[in-house]
Design a protein around this ligand. Structure first.
Ligand code: NAD
Length: 312
């Protein structure tokens, strides 16, 4: 399959090399010039589970430099970069190019469908994780899975091709009839851990070690559950609360600082508007009060602002 990875950062690079190794024709698309240059010059360097497994050569280009037909576009930018990336790659997409969106957060499909008809969009949630050590250097541990569905639950010959392609690459993909609920469950976890760890300045295990962490967690979860209900999505408290507790131990993600923490630490904008910020917006639409998510969204934006002030 001809696959374009739109957003070849931590996740895009990991998925891209696995898809390349399983025999696909992969093109990395990115906007970070140093990263593009490093990949084209030295190949993508790969440190997997702490072992340097050497470089792999996959071409990397800017969105405007994509030529040719692609069967699949795998989206892996951050949510705040999605509109810009879609706008820039759309001219090079064909009528039958399919798009798979595995970004975290809410509101991503509403952006993608501005550019691509819904019958060509697949939506999913992934438990894979990844990181970058610097431009052109992938640093990833563990394994994961993908849960996905065609957004309108339409069936086509492409469904089987997509599933086989992902699974031949070892990506552990499966179709679901309700990936939206899984997305909301993951969003709920991110709304709690990404934000509190950033604001408290702690890793996930340290958050869990605070004796009243459940009170903090519930302040956010109660708002998400109420908003989800109005959206027709059942967010199940026990599942999310257990998922959160399940990552406190050092063997899971206890020593890990969430991506939003890392974005703030490196002076980058965050995905907060696709997390707690999205809950606030949906709450406003339905007349549901979300004061905690609102305060947290404003605090994260104020941290972005402080970064801007200090860096300029
Ligand atoms: P990323 O920040 O690594 O990459 C996203 C984009 O930002 C890429 O285009 C990348 O080149 C660019 N970028 C990264 N570092 C940069 C830098 N220092 N300077 C300039 N540009 C830079 O994002 P990601 O972690 O791959 O996440 C993509 C999506 O997948 C997000 O929605 C994220 O929430 C989701 N996700 C991430 C993980 C994870 O473990 N990283 C796990 C599941 C889902």
């Amino acid at each position: 399959m001809k696959i374009l990875i739109a957003g070849s950062g931590a996740m895009g690079a990991r998925f891209g090399y696995l898809l390349k190794e399983s025999g696909n024709d992969v093109l990395f698309v990115d906007t970070w010039q140093d990263h593009i240059d490093a990949i084209n010059k030295n190949g993508l360097q790969r440190i997997i589970d702490g072992v340097d497994i050497g470089p792999i050569h996959i071409p990397a280009v800017k969105p405007e430099d994509v030529v040719g037909h692609y069967d699949l576009v795998l989206l892996f930018v951050k949510s705040l970069q999605l509109d810009d990336m879609m706008q820039r790659i759309t001219p090079s997409l064909s009528e039958d190019s399919r798009v798979l969106c595995l970004l975290n957060g809410l509101g991503n499909i509403e952006i993608v469908e501005k550019y691509v008809s819904r019958d060509r969009i697949y939506l999913g949630m992934t438990l894979w994780s990844s990181g970058l050590k610097g431009p052109g250097v992938l640093n990833a541990v563990g394994s994961g899975s993908i849960e996905m569905q065609q957004v309108n639950n339409l069936e086509s010959d492409f469904d089987a091709k997509l599933l086989t392609t992902l699974n031949d690459a070892g990506l552990n993909a499966a179709y679901s009839k309700d990936v939206i609920q899984s997305i909301w469950h993951k969003v709920s976890l991110n709304c709690v851990l990404n934000t509190y760890c950033t604001l408290i300045d702690c890793n996930i295990g340290e958050y869990g070690a605070y004796e009243k962490h459940q009170e903090l967690t519930d302040l956010i979860l109660n708002e998400i559950i109420a908003v989800g209900k109005k959206e027709g999505i059942e967010v199940i408290y026990d599942i999310v609360a257990n998922n959160i507790k399940g990552v406190f131990s050092p063997e899971k993600a206890g020593g890990h600082y969430p991506s939003l923490y890392q974005d703030i630490a490196s002076g980058r904008r965050t995905e907060i508007d696709a997390l707690n910020g999205a809950i606030v917006k949906l709450g406003e639409k339905h007349g549901v009060e979300t004061p905690v998510c609102k305060a947290i969204t404003l605090m994260i934006h104020s941290k972005e602002n402080v970064n801007d002030l200090r860096n300029n």
